[in-house]
Design a protein around this ligand. Structure first.
Ligand code: KIV
Ligand code: ZN
Length: 530
């Protein structure tokens, strides 16, 4: 039977240790509510002894998110009374509170960090657990730097703290030193002894990613008997980060016969959680990051797009909808082949093209794709309608491309008194000009575009990044906007980031227009008589 693996999320503690990622109380609460929606089993909400702010945040999370018996709330303490008290006094408001304490077991920690003997450290740990047990029934003990510890000393520590009342034993690979085979073996041996000692105690792992093996080590531990895993959203955390929750969970889901293990995680909430953590902490997700990276489900090579259109399982092991994304994304670029372009044209109802017509349109597509990087549906309309005009096929022209906006020119003034922008935009045969002042240059730019565009859209996210180096660096702007409850993502790239910002906005608007044209088009295919 498939084993249930407990998921302990430490985004708000180990994840928050990332420099610059500190959240305020309201942001922490928002993340904690989202983690509850994701159905993690335990939230580690902070390190309350570190500051009054952290103490309050843990307390609020315990009260407002831990007010149910299907989630545990914990926080971290060193094995000292003051820290344990701070954890107890902040988590006790939860229905299911847990005290988590940490103390090193490796020679480096025992001798160099603490300057004590192994017996002294072991006694400190035992006394700390005994004290914590006077406060709460659930106590987790973390043997810091376990993967570099002497095995027999590690085991004597675990045996002693379990006898003192610890209900969960966490085995951290604190510095990301372990490799999967060796870490799996360690967990197998510990689990064997632990379950003989007390089979009610959960064995947990906490892996860091210094050698890029945090997820692999976590999975090796599960394969070898670990009951619980500690992870963070997007793999954030100290130095190179922690095991990424979404990677561990989706590996268990996707390879379930291999692992024979499952979690409670509601996978459709993964993307929402990833985006929330990334935007509140200001930590971008690497574009090619497994599961939550921008490109994780975007297929751009012609060979792959062709394969996917023939059979999705050719290049897809997880449906994007399983993690809360829209369906598969075939990005049209200069590397897209004929099959992908034909498929995109078919979806716009240009599905009756002869081979000769398609070849000419495909050649135009390649020219545009070379210039524009990514080609959108509205670009395809424009290409096809230009083709109709060139061949005097006037009866075929539905003038859909007259609905799209095109940026002709812009000027933006950035200063502290009155940042302003002016734009010149074309729609069909009409040319519009508009100017606006606002709180900043991008705000002014978007306000001036909004005055021309007659649809009311709401900007949800604006992200700017560099896609090449040096003076000629290309800036990429990515936006998320909302229109009538639907979310649209649009991008644009240019050496001028202000221009890229305007183009991305106009791409978003044009995508909305295409979506609102589509029902009409599907009723009367425009290329029927070709
Ligand atoms: O990496 C580590 O060892 C930790 C412990 C507190 C579990 O973060
Ligand atoms: Zn850690």
């Amino acid at each position: 039977m498939s084993r249930k693996i407990w998921v302990f999320d430490t985004t708000l503690r180990d994840g928050e240790q990332v420099p610059g990622a500190k959240l305020n109380l309201y942001e922490k609460l928002e993340v904690a509510h989202q983690l509850k929606k994701l159905q993690v089993d335990i939230i580690e909400a902070g390190f309350p002894a570190s500051s009054a702010g952290d103490f309050n945040a843990v307390k609020e999370i315990a009260m407002k998110v831990g007010n149910t018996d299907n989630i545990m709330i914990t926080a971290l303490a060193r094995a000292v009374k003051a820290d344990i008290d701070a954890v107890y006094n902040s988590v006790k408001y939860a229905e299911k509170p847990l005290i988590h304490m940490v103390l090193g077991t490796s020679d480096i920690h025992v001798e160099k960090k603490f300057g004590k003997s192994k017996n002294q450290i072991l006694d400190i740990g035992v006394e700390a657990v005994k004290y914590a047990k006077t406060l709460l029934p659930e106590v987790q003990y973390s043997t810091e730097d376990a993967s570099r510890s002497d095995f027999e000393y590690l085991w004597s520590t675990i045996k002693a703290v379990v006898k003192a009342g610890a209900t969960m034993i966490n085995v951290p690979d604190t510095v990301g030193f372990a490799v999967p085979e060796e870490f799996g073996e360690l967990i197998f041996k510990l689990n064997d002894r632990l379950k003989n000692l007390n089979d009610k105690v959960l064995l947990s792992v906490h892996c860091h990613n210094d050698l890029g093996m945090a997820t692999a080590n976590t999975l090796a531990a599960i394969k070898n008997g670990a009951d619980k895993v500690e992870c963070t959203i997007n793999g954030i955390g100290e130095r190179a980060g922690n095991a990424a929750l979404e990677e561990v969970v989706m590996a268990l889901n996707t390879r379930s016969p291999f692992f024979n293990a499952n979690t409670n995680i509601k996978t459709k909430e993964i993307m929402n959680t990833s985006k929330l953590v990334s935007s509140l902490m200001g930590l971008d997700v690497q574009v090619n990051k497994a599961i939550t990276g921008d490109n994780a489900f975007a297929h751009s090579s012609g060979i792959h797009q062709d394969g996917l259109l023939k059979s999705r399982d050719a290049y897809e092991i997880i449906s994007p909808t399983e993690v809360g994304l829209d369906d598969m994304e075939l990005v049209l670029t200069a590397r897209s082949g004929r099959h992908a372009v034909k498929n995109a044209l078919g979806k716009l109802a240009f599905n009756q093209l002869t081979d000769e017509q398609f070849e000419e349109i495909f050649a135009d597509f390649l020219v545009l794709a070379d210039a524009k990087k990514e080609v959108y549906n509205h670009d395809l309309y424009i290409i096809v309608e230009k083709y109709f005009k060139r061949h005097d096929m006037n009866e075929e022209i539905q003038h859909h491309s007259d609905n799209f906006y095109e940026l002709l020119d812009l000027q933006v003034i950035s200063n502290t008194i009155f940042p302003s922008a002016s734009v010149k935009i074309k729609k069909g045969d009409q040319i519009f000009k508009s100017s606006a002042e606002a709180s900043g240059p991008i705000d002014a730019l978007y306000s001036s575009i909004k005055e021309i565009i007659d649809i009311d859209i709401n900007l949800l996210e604006y992200k700017i990044s560099s896609v090449s180096r040096g003076k000629e660096a290309l800036g990429k702007v990515k936006l998320q906007v909302e229109y009538k409850g639907e979310k649209y993502v649009a991008k644009a790239t240019d050496t001028d980031v202000i221009k890229a910002s305007a183009l991305a906005y106009i791409n978003a608007v044009n995508s909305i227009i295409v979506d609102n044209l589509l029902p009409e088009i599907n009723k009367e295919p425009v290329a029927q008589s070709l």
